[in-house]
Ligand binder design. Sequence first.
Ligand SMILES: Cc1cc2nc3c(=O)[nH]c(=O)nc-3n(C[C@H](O)[C@H](O)[C@H](O)COP(=O)(O)O)c2cc1C
Length: 325
Amino acid sequence: MLRTRFTETFGIEHPIVQGGMMWVGRAELVAAVANAGGLGFITALTQPTPDDLRREIERTRELTDKPFGVNLTILPSINPPPYEEYARAIVDSGIKIVETAGSNPEPFLPTYREAGIKVVHKCTSVRHALKAQKIGVDAVSIDGFECAGHPGEDDVPGLVLIPAAARALTIPIIASGGIADARGLVAALALGADGVNMGTRFLCTEESSIDRKVKEQIVANSERDTKLIFRTMHNTARVADNEVSRKVVEIEKAGGKFEDVRELVSGARGRRVFEEGDLDAGIWSVGLCQGLIEDIPTCAELIGRMVGEAEELISARLAGFVASA
Ligand SMILES: Cc1cc2nc3c(=O)[nH]c(=O)nc-3n(C[C@H](O)[C@H](O)[C@H](O)COP(=O)(O)O)c2cc1C
C-alpha cells in the first residue's frame, strides 16, 4: 500500500488518478478505475446535456460503490456550454470530488464548497497552482510539458515542474503528464508529488471506450510521435502525429490563423478517430508517454501492476542504493 496525503485526504486506496478525457471519461472506464482503487473522473462535457451527465453519474454508480469524481473543463468557446447547469448536475447528483481545468475555478468554488465537494484543480504552472491554493482548492494536479492535451505555454517538463511546485505549495500535488508505469509513479513521489494523474495510459486500457485501432496505434507509436498544434495561437495542444496534425502545423507555419484550420481540428472529426478508428480523420490527444506503452491491460491489471512494481522499486531497487553502515 502506498499511503500519501492524497490517498488520506480523498479517501482513495491508491495514489493514481484518471483525469478528465473528452469522449473517453465515461462510466465504464471511471468505474473500472474506482473498482481498482484509483480515482476516476467522468468528463462532464462528453455528455451532450447536464441531464445526460446526471444519467452517466447514475450509470457509474451502478458499476461501482467506490468514490469517483467529475471533471468540468472550462475553456474559452464561441458557443460555451451551460457550465453552471453542468455544475448543478454534479452537485445535485451528490458527487464529492470535482476536477476543474481550463480556467480559474473561483466562480464555482462557493457552490462546490457548500455541497462538501473536494476540488482538484488541474493546471500547468506553479503560478497557477499557487493561485488555486490561495482561492482554496483541496489539491492541484500539475501537467508537465509531456502531457496529452494542453501543456500550457511554458514548456516545463515534470522533472522540474513537480519539485518546483512541491517547494512552493502546501496542499497535496498530483503529478501529471508523461506517467505510464511504476517508474513514473515512484519518480513523481520522489519529486515531491502525493500521487499521479494519467490520461494517455488510461486511454489505452480495455475499459476505455475508444476503437481498438487507436489503442493499437498508441502501442505502436514511439515517444516521438506527437505534434504540438496551436503554438502560434498560444493555445498549444499535444496531439498524435498524423496527416491532420502535420497539415495544421504546416498551415500555422505559413502564417495561417484559426479560421484556416478550424475545420481540420473540429471536435466532430476528432470524435470519429475515437469512435470509428479512422486514425487520420482528425486530431486526437495523446502524450509523449505513448512511447512507454506496450499493452492494452484492464484498469485492474494496470493499477495492480503499478502499485506492486512501485513497492518493489522503492523497497528493493532504491533501498539497495542506500549503503549500509
Ligand atoms: C484523449 C484525451 C482527452 C483529454 N481531455 C481532457 C479534458 O477534456 N479535460 C482535461 O482537463 N484534460 C483532458 N485531457 C488531459 C488528461 O486529463 C491528463 O491531464 C493528461 O492526459 C496527462 O498527460 P498524459 O497523457 O501524459 O498522462 C485529455 C487527455 C487525453 C489523452
